[in-house]
Design a binder for this molecule. Structure first.
Ligand code: PBG
Length: 328
């Protein structure tokens, strides 16, 4: 062996596609993907979401079709968001047994409830006329403790309608404990809670607010969602509190800009960790690809691999069905 040449040659393992496939350290599987879906009350045709090309506000009918397609592709679960026709100060549609999410859930439970996991986002912002995630005090602040009762009631309504996992996303302190108590007391001790534990006040949610029609009508969410530049350790604190309150799995959101948080959390918890590749992450890729500036499929797969490599056991992504098909 000549000393002029390197002895260790990492490139040997990269030379052919079968070699690269064999030694891959990060693999994606359809079962770990979760598809977010929107269902809107009072429409007869699905509505395209302008800022999320390929994503629809569904009718109950088109929702069933999308859920079947996801199930056939092997997607692990779906998470449902409702857009009610009537909104008010307390988000009454959130826990109305005839509310759009509850009705749509019953459809899905009957048709695909055995094929994939039916998750519901539990929050108030889609249901309140002011667009905030909780009830307001007279001064216009979000009232943490009064909101907890609303979340508990909404989670119970979702469970009664057929939700199989409850995912509270409002970032109120104590929300997991309040929902756990309501589920246990209401006869649903077996239903797991997937807590949006580390959820940042993010500009990446912009397109979602069009899809779910839930932009705050005044102010912002900075007083309840985490500051992207917030205290070091805040995310771990949120995660630990949620676990102490009974969370069965935790979520980091958004994904790509918070991979460091994902890795920190994955390294210290013993429960599944989910990452939400949010609407803005989706929109950026779709917009750049539509302009011919990036290779769409390549960037989708690369971003999902990055999220998985950073420690996600579950990934919420609007591309779930498409990617599951590609992986098959
Ligand atoms: C709150 C909720 C939001 C998202 C999921 N749940 C919006 C927000 O916090 O403002 C955003 C998801 C996305 O951007 O894809 N119910």
């Amino acid at each position: 062996m000549s000393a002029e040449f390197p002895v260790a040659r990492p490139r040997r393992l990269r030379r052919t596609a079968p070699l690269r496939r064999m030694v891959a350290g990060t693999r994606l599987h359809p079962a770990e993907l979760i598809l977010p879906l929107f269902v809107k009350e009072g429409i007869t045709e699905p509505h395209p979401v302008g800022s999320m090309p390929g994503v629809l506000q569904h009718t109950r009918d088109s929702l069933r079709k999308a859920a079947h397609e996801a199930a056939e592709a092997g997607v692990g679960g779906l998470i449902l968001f409702g857009v009610p026709l009537h909104k008010d100060g307390r988000g009454s549609a959130a826990d109305d047994p005839e509310g759009i999410v509850q009705l749509a859930l019953a459809d899905l439970a009957a048709e695909v409830g055995d094929a994939l996991v039916l998750i519901t986002d539990t929050c108030l912002d889609e249901y309140t006329d002011h667009g905030h995630c909780g009830l307001l005090t007279p001064a216009g602040e979000v009232d943490n403790d009064a909101t907890l009762e609303r979340y508990a009631s909404a989670a119970l309504a979702q469970a009664r309608a057929g939700a199989q996992v409850i995912a509270p996303s409002g970032m109120m302190d104590g929300q997991v404990a309040a929902i756990r108590a309501a589920l246990d007391g209401g006869g649903f001790p077996e239903i797991p809670i997937l807590a949006y534990s580390a959820k940042f006040a993010s500009g990446f949610y912009g397109p979602f607010r069009e899809a779910a029609e839930c932009a705050p009508q005044f102010g912002d969410r900075n007083a309840y969602q985490q500051d992207p530049a917030g205290p070091v350790g805040e995310s771990l604190r949120e995660v630990r509190l949620d676990l102490a309150e009974g969370a069965d799995a935790v979520m980091i959101k958004p994904a790509l800009a918070y991979l460091d948080i994902l890795r920190q959390v994955r390294d210290v918890v013993e429960v599944p960790v989910a990452a939400y590749q949010v609407s803005g992450e989706y929109a950026m890729v779709e917009a750049a690809a539509a302009n011919g500036w990036i290779d769409r499929e390549r960037v989708i797969m690369e971003s999902l691999v990055a999220i998985k490599r950073a420690g996600a056991d579950l990934i919420l992504t609007y591309w779930a069905t498409e990617v599951a098909r590609r992986l098959a």
